[in-house]
Design a protein around this ligand. Structure first.
Ligand SMILES: [Zn+2]
Length: 425
């Protein structure tokens, strides 16, 4: 048996004190957690455990913070730490382990350089060495994709740069940006982008964790009003390998599904954000397609001042892809009546407006959830079969793309499937 596992197992079965329901390991983990979130100092932790040990002499409380950490490290929950430059230029690592100032910007390694006691580093990088080579050891073998390492793009890269690929400790980075306004057309006189840098070396359960943010950096970019789009060459092209990358960038699936679901919902509910307005119907007329959907003039007889008057009114014929008023209400009531279990952590019901004809304040995650789970069920009874079928296919396409594991064959099929869906739409 694995000795690390034995140690973990033993800790799990050790009561904190005789007849206590909590194990000593659980107590230790919780106590360290409280220490971290409240930023207790190590010495305050030591003082607390000392007091606890005096008060509860029969308990298995660790003697100090040092001992507590050592215990966690033994069972594989520890980490390695490397000091880093405050501005992320370099690591004080390997040959640079003894250097006191950053080689690039000359910033001190320590918070307080004059102190005689133990010096505190400005920045520490923590990781488990095992995790950093995970991409080399944890690849999928069953034809499914769980991580970018299982993708074609990664494998092509490895083939092209075998020297780089040979060393599993080499770092593979992913960079994400939000709030990007590439066309400069939102009339903002400034733009601040959030940029997050993460490493793909580690297993997905680490970098998909919401707390595992990389470095956030604000970039200021003021674009002159008259400047043309795409006047700048991305700085990434200065990277030697960039031009040969198969996949240079991709769009965040949550953003895309939000936009798509928003459009589908708006059109189906015929609310004021619907794109299916009179103008769109006039366009159809100008193009000479779908005559049943062209705006029509209806002559309405009205009685006014005891005289009969004829009034012309333009009406937009009902389209098969929008809900009828009664269905609109049925759909909203369906969403309102849905019961979700706790894990979903969202309350879509509250987003249905008072008249039960529209949604208000839906966030990206609500759209994501609506599209994957509720829309396919909701449209089935509210739209004609051929329209609901296509809508359901569209939702299924997004659902497949958002799975934690992707089947390579499924993805190949989805690629042809989406063309059909688009044609049907
Ligand atoms: Zn530096």
């Amino acid at each position: 048996m694995n000795p690390e596992f034995d140690a973990l197992f033993e800790e799990l079965n050790t009561e904190l004190y005789p007849d206590c329901e909590m194990s000593s390991l659980k107590f230790l983990a919780k106590l360290l957690h409280i220490k971290v979130i409240n930023k207790w100092t190590n010495s305050s932790f030591d003082q607390l455990v000392e007091l606890l040990r005096v008060a509860f002499p029969k308990s298995k409380i660790p003697t100090s913070h040092y001992e507590a950490k050592k215990k966690l490290k033994k069972i594989g929950l520890g980490y390695e730490s490397i000091h880093a430059c405050k501005y992320d230029c370099a690591l004080f690592w390997k040959g640079n382990d003894s250097i006191q100032n950053c080689l690039i910007c000359n910033e001190s390694r320590w918070v307080d350089t004059t102190t005689k006691g133990k010096r505190v580093p400005q920045k520490v990088l923590r990781f488990t060495a095992k995790d950093m080579i995970w991409h080399n050891t944890g690849r999928s073998t069953d034809g499914m994709m769980y991580h970018p390492v299982d993708g074609k793009s990664w494998q092509e890269f490895d083939k092209r740069y075998p020297e780089f690929a040979k060393e599993p400790r080499n770092v593979r980075l992913g960079l994400t940006a939000d709030g990007f306004n590439s066309f400069g057309n939102f009339n903002n006189n400034y733009s601040i982008w959030q940029v997050i840098l993460t490493t793909y070396n580690t297993p997905p359960w680490i970098w998909k964790h919401p707390d595992y943010g990389g470095k956030k950096r604000k970039c200021d970019n003021e674009r002159k009003k008259r400047e043309l789009n795409w006047t700048k060459r991305s700085i990434f092209f200065e990277l030697e390998y960039w031009s040969s990358l198969d996949l240079k960038h991709n769009f965040d699936v949550i953003h895309v599904s939000k936009n798509v679901n928003e459009s589908v919902l708006n059109i189906a509910l015929m609310n004021d954000k619907s794109k299916d307005k009179k103008e769109a119907r006039i366009d159809l007329k100008n193009m000479g397609i779908r005559p049943d959907q062209w705006p029509k003039e209806k002559v309405k007889k009205m009685k006014k001042h005891n005289k009969k008057e004829k009034k012309k009114k333009e009406i937009i014929p009902h389209a098969s892809y929008t809900f009828k008023p009664i269905d609109r209400q049925r759909f909203c009531q369906f969403i309102k009546g849905v019961r979700l279990h706790d894990g979903f952590g969202l309350n879509i019901k509250k987003q249905v407006n008072d008249t039960e004809s529209n949604f208000v304040g839906l966030k990206s995650h609500d759209h994501h959830f609506l599209m994957q789970r509720l829309l396919p069920k909701g449209v089935r009874t509210c739209l004609p079969p051929n329209v609901s079928r296509t809508t359901i296919d569209l939702c299924t396409f997004f659902k497949k793309n958002c799975e934690r594991s992707l089947d390579v064959n499924d993805m190949r099929n989805a690629k042809t499937e989406v063309v059909k869906i688009l044609c049907n739409l």
